[in-house]
Structure formats: C-alpha cells, structure tokens
Design a protein around this ligand. Structure first.
Ligand code: DGT
Ligand code: CA
Ligand code: CA
Ligand code: ZN
Length: 643
C-alpha cells in the first residue's frame, strides 16, 4: 500500500532552509515511517527492523500530543517503540520538514516497487530479485515478464512461479478490500479510546456490519450521543490516524484512516437513539422490512424516527418538528399539518412500536428474523457465557507458541471446566505433528497437570474462576485425514484420547468426490468426535474445499459427529450460512478457538458470533455441556456408528 509520497512542505518550492517549514502532523510523520518500513523491506532489511518502523509509525499516529511541536519545543514525548534512531529522524523532520535518510531511500527504491508487495505470494526477496535481475519496476513490467516466460530463468523460479505471479496479479485486481473481525475490533477499540474524553460526549458505539458481526467488514460506522457535536466532529477529523477527511458536517463526518478503512461517524440527538441505532446497524435488507411494517401501520420510518403518514399514504411535506418544538404549531407559511414524529431512546422501544421484540444485531439480515419476531418464535441464541470449555487448541508441542501448562492455566483462568489439547498428528510435518512416542509423553504431562488441578481444588488453592466441577485438561489431537482418506493414527491409539478432532489440510485440489470421501472417513470413524474447520478456508485467501455438503451434514447427524465453528477470524468455518443449514439437518456443533497461543483462546467470541448469526441455541453446541456430559457423548459414539 504505497501511499502518496508528497508530504506537505517537503518537496514544495516554498520550503527553503531559511523559511521555517510547515509543521508535520502526526499523520505525516506516521506516513513517512510506514514508507520507510516498506522500502527497507524491499531492500531486504531484517524483519524486526522493518516492523520497528511500522510500530513506531502506529504509535505516532495514535499519540495524544503533537509530536513535531514537542520536538521543536525541546521536550520530546516518550512514545512506545520510538528509540534513539527514530527519535533523531523525528527531530530532523520537525526542524527541517525533510529527512535525508528517507530521501535517499526514495531514490533507491521506487514506490511502484513497494506496491508489488501487495501481490499475494510475492515477498520482498522476490521483488528485490526481479528488480535487480530483470529491471522490473512496476506491476505492468512484472506482468509482461511473467507472460513472456522470463521469470523461470531466475534462481529458484520456475514456470509455476510465473503462473503464481499472474494469478496473484489477477487476485489483486479483484480483491475485496474488507477487514477481518479482529482487525475491525482493534481499530474500533482505539478510536473509542481516543474519543472517550471529548467534552459533552454521552455515549459512542459501533454500528453497521461490525455490530452485526458479519465475517468481513467494509467500513466502520460509529454512533454517538453528545451535547457538543462540533467538538466531537473536530476531534474525530483531526485524529493522528486520519489520512483524509471524506466528509464533514455539523452532525456527521467520514474519514479514511492511514493504512486503514473508512470510518463514518453519525451524531444522534440525545435521548432519541432507538431508530438511529436500528438504521445504522442495518442490514439494509432488514431495514427495508421494518420500513414495510411501519408503512402498513401508517408510519414512515427513517433514522430520525417514525413520521405519521397522511391519509394518502404520503409523509406530510415539510420537516418534522425538532425535538423541542411543540407539536402541531407550524410556523405561518408552512404546511398546516406538522408531521407527528415519534422517537425512542432505545432500540427495544422502537422495535416495540412496530409490535416486534428486540432483534439481536447478529440476526438482522432479513433471513426470517422479522417473521419470527412477529410470530414470537425468535431463538434464544447461544452466548459466550454458555461455553464451558473449548475442544480445539494447540501447544508448543506442535505449531503452537505456549506450553501445555500455559494453555491449561489460561483456560482455567477463563472459568472453563475443560480445554481439549489437540496438537497435530504425525503426517502434518510442517506443523510438527506428534509421533506415537511423543503422544505417550504428552499424555503423561496432561495427567500430571490434572493431578495438580485436582489437588488444588481439594485444598482450596485453585483460581477463583474454577467452576464447581473443577477444571481438567482433556487429551485430544487434531487428526490429519490423509490424501488417500486414511487416518493418521491407528484406531487403538485414537481410542485412548478423551476427544479427537479431525481435519483436512493437504491435497486440497482433489475432486469433490475425493474430498467428500476423506471428510466422510473422519465422520464415520468411531473415534472421531469433531470435524474441525470443515470447509478448510482462509477468508479472502484460500477457497473452501469442494464438498458434497448435504451429505456431510446427513452423516454428521447419523453418527453424532460435531461440526466445528472455528473461531479464528481468518477461518470462521463453518460459515454462518453453512451452520444454519447444517442445523436444519439436525447437526450438533462445537465453538472452538483453535488457539495457538493463550490470547487466542478468546477467538471463541468470533465463533460464538457466527453461531448466533446461524441462529444456534445453546443446546446445539456440545461445549455448552458439562465435562461429564461431553465425555459421555463422545464415549457413546462407537455405539451410534454401530461398532
Ligand atoms: P459494510 O460496511 O459493507 O461491511 O456493511 P454495512 O452493513 O456496515 O453497510 P454501510 O456501512 O454501508 O451502512 C451501515 C448501515 O447503515 C447499513 O447496514 C444500513 C444503513 N444504511 C446505509 N446506507 C443506507 C441506504 O442507502 N439505505 C438504507 N436503507 N440504509 C442504509
Ligand atoms: Ca459499515
Ligand atoms: Ca458506512
Ligand atoms: Zn488446529
């Protein structure tokens, strides 16, 4: 994402050494350091160094003080990630408006070259090689070189590389610029934090697709109640992380963030939030349905509220009276009938005005929620609070980061009564899959930990969060289903686990028949309890496996094999739509983190959100059950399969 290189006052003809240069904003500084990071990357600089520049850039963008001014005034603020080397550069930029180091880099590394990093599968080393050996400078150069077959002459490249590059360029052209939920969450949290102390602010919250927890997010929408709208708009549009202001009015504004999405801010009149929240939460399709119901009842619904329709079915001409104005007293010259506007402080009350109960944001997609609301049959959705354990997690024994003990302790502190440790199995060498000997060694470690947990529960030294039935680490594995549909471990070994999740990682290009047969081999095995990330997707990066889905659902129901809602925001697999269909077949599910580090145990918040979007109730989710009930369910599988 090579930004625009023009920095105010930097190349400008007015800026001579005698003039004092215009002050660079935090955003200007951040943009320069991001670009330095990019250019160093293409030059082949060590990753930690390039990352340091990006981190410093982020910290400057979010700094509460005006960094350039502070440097000029000789009292540089302490900023996380800004060490001596970067501080010197800020100093130079603040005093002169330019930076020799940056200018030299710009000469050396053309911006079009940095832009090549955006192509999926093309890294800095490749860009460097292409530049030095073939003189490639732009995307067009690269396309031509790949089409002409000249990449294969380079060291380590082949015809396959050329095809990969061309596919990458094609993917770039059609790529949808949408964020993952975790990225959106981080940006929202930062913004809310930076706006929290604006005078007059009463409330501020996210709306739009983020509030509905769609699997990807286009732009962010914030709704605020404030007594001083101008101050909020001013702060919002001048944040250091703002790249450009798209729109700015008395009650709303839109900005694009530096290396980030567009953010829309809407200001609501205090005490009238109900219809604003509904309108800006969406979805559009849900709103259309609500407007239809309102119309049938004689009202026109907009974000401002409900406006009484005339006998002809038209909303009266003229503006609705402002909140304070006495109703019915239209000024002379205005239409005789002032429209009656009904507003509500909360969504509940606004829905209630339409004869509807509150509809959870995750359901607002016009997928039957309005009908169910009218009929009084909306489901009571599963919530994170219902989860009593997690059935899919990794440790540093395979491709995880933290130790078995760290993972178990982190789960225990979350108040769970179980975590299933499911490191990879032997044939997934890339993820350090466990040999049979290591499985035995791991089982001993799990047993040792559980002895300690039991002891601490008995003598009252277990963490406060521990539930009444205690916490146990359950021993499982993430069983690789091989390309030939055989399973990675023999049945005798599998039978010794508390719970087994199985998944497909390799040979993804097989036919639908082959891939379906492999998944069914997992489902039909008496020792396999969960199919993990059934579609094998990475959102926006790797397509779903081609599967005969209805057949998968049917066999899962017959055998009592759970289908996973993988909580990683890169996967969210099953998707909401698939999970809903699977539920109609009668499937049971797990909501898992697939954590590879302790913090990722919280991935289940995304999995739960997708489960809610799939209308799932707690009884459909295995890990809402107690440990005893979960273990009873999995022990009964051989019987269900008929072994
Ligand atoms: P996104 O940003 O593409 O992930 O999806 P949304 O749902 O956040 O869409 P966005 O940001 O365009 O608008 C936020 C909400 O505001 C949307 O869900 C419904 C409401 N809205 C925005 N524009 C319109 C419109 O033109 N008509 C109606 N009825 N509602 C709108
Ligand atoms: Ca949006
Ligand atoms: Ca928007
Ligand atoms: Zn996993």
């Amino acid at each position: 994402m090579a930004g625009i290189r023009a920095v105010p006052g930097y190349h400008g003809p007015m800026s001579t050494p005698e003039d004092s240069p215009p002050l660079l904003s935090n955003g200007d500084l951040a943009r320069i350091f991001h670009e330095i990071g990019d250019m160093l990357e293409v030059k082949g600089e060590l990753v930690f160094k390039t990352v340091a520049y990006h981190k410093a850039a982020d910290a400057i963008a979010h700094s509460a003080v005006e960094v350039s001014r502070s440097y000029l005034e000789g009292r540089p603020p302490r900023i996380a990630g800004v060490g001596e080397a970067i501080a010197k550069k800020i100093e130079e930029l603040a005093r002169t408006g330019r930076l020799a180091f940056y200018e030299a880099l710009c000469e050396e590394v053309p911006p079009s070259l940095v832009a090549l990093l955006e192509i999926p599968g093309v890294g800095p080393r490749t860009v460097k090689l292409l530049h030095e050996e073939l003189g490639v400078e732009t995307l067009e150069d690269l396309r031509r070189a790949a089409e002409a077959g000249s990449l294969r002459s380079l060291k380590g490249m082949s015809e396959k590389t050329e095809q990969g590059v061309l596919a990458g360029i094609a993917a770039l052209a059609t790529r949808q610029e949408r964020m993952r939920l975790g990225q959106a969450e981080a940006i929202v949290a930062t913004l809310l934090d930076e706006l929290a102390d604006v005078p007059g602010l009463r409330s501020i919250q996210p709306a739009g697709s983020y509030r509905r927890r769609r699997e990807t997010i286009g732009d962010l929408d914030l709704l605020a109640e404030t007594d001083r709208p101008a101050e909020l708009v001013e702060r919002f549009t001048t944040l250091g992380s703002v790249e450009s202001v798209i729109a700015k009015g008395p009650h709303k504004a839109a900005v694009r963030l530096l290396r980030g999405p567009q953010v829309d801010l809407m200001i609501m009149p205090p005490g009238e939030a109900g219809t604003y929240l509904i309108h800006f939460t969406g979805s559009k399709e849900h709103n259309v349905r609500l407007r239809g119901i309102a119309r049938d009842r004689g009202w026109s619904l907009s974000e401002k509220g409900f406006l009484r329709l005339g006998d002809d079915g038209e909303a009266p001409a003229g503006e609705a009276p402002a909140g304070e104005a006495p109703a019915g007293e239209a000024p002379a010259g205005e239409p005789a009938v002032a429209a009656e506007l009904r507003t509500f402080p909360t969504e509940e009350e606004a829905y209630g005005f339409l004869g509807l109960p509150f509809i959870e944001p995750e359901l607002r997609e016009n997928r039957g929620e309005v009908e169910a609301g009218l009929a009084g049959t909306l489901p009571v959705l599963v919530g994170r609070i219902d989860l009593r354990g997690d059935c899919h997690s990794h440790s540093d024994w395979s491709d995880g980061v933290h130790t078995i003990e760290q993972m178990a302790e982190a789960a225990r502190r979350r108040g769970y009564s179980y975590l299933v440790l499911t490191d990879h199995t032997i044939s997934l060498a890339i993820a350090r899959g466990l040999s049979v000997e290591r499985v035995e060694a791991q089982r001993a470690i799990v047993a040792g930990l559980n002895e300690r947990f039991a002891r601490e529960e008995a003598d009252g030294t277990a963490p406060r969060e521990t539930p009444p039935d205690g916490f146990r680490l359950l021993h499982g594995c993430e069983l690789e289903i091989r390309a030939d549909a055989s399973l990675d471990y023999p049945d005798e070994l599998l039978a010794g686990y508390d719970l087994v999740v199985a998944s497909v990682h390799v040979s993804r290009g097989q036919t639908r028949e082959q891939l379906t047969a492999r998944t069914l081999a997992g489902i039909r095995n008496p020792n396999v309890d969960v199919i993990a990330h059934p579609a094998g997707r990475y959102i926006g990066r790797r397509d779903d496996l081609a599967l005969e889905w209805d057949l998968i659902y049917r066999e899962s129901v017959r055998t009592g094999t759970a289908l996973e809602l993988n909580g990683s925001d890169e996967r969210l697999d099953l998707s909401d739509v698939r999970a809903r269909r699977a539920a109609e077949f009668g499937c049971v599910f797990t909501i898992d983190s697939d954590a590879h580090r302790t913090e990722e145990l919280d991935n289940v918040r995304w999995g739960t959100a997708q489960a809610r979007r799939a209308w799932l109730t707690p009884d459909r989710v295995l890990n809402t059950r107690s440990r005893a009930d979960l273990l009873a369910w999995v022990s009964a599988k051989p019987e269900r399969v008929g072994v």
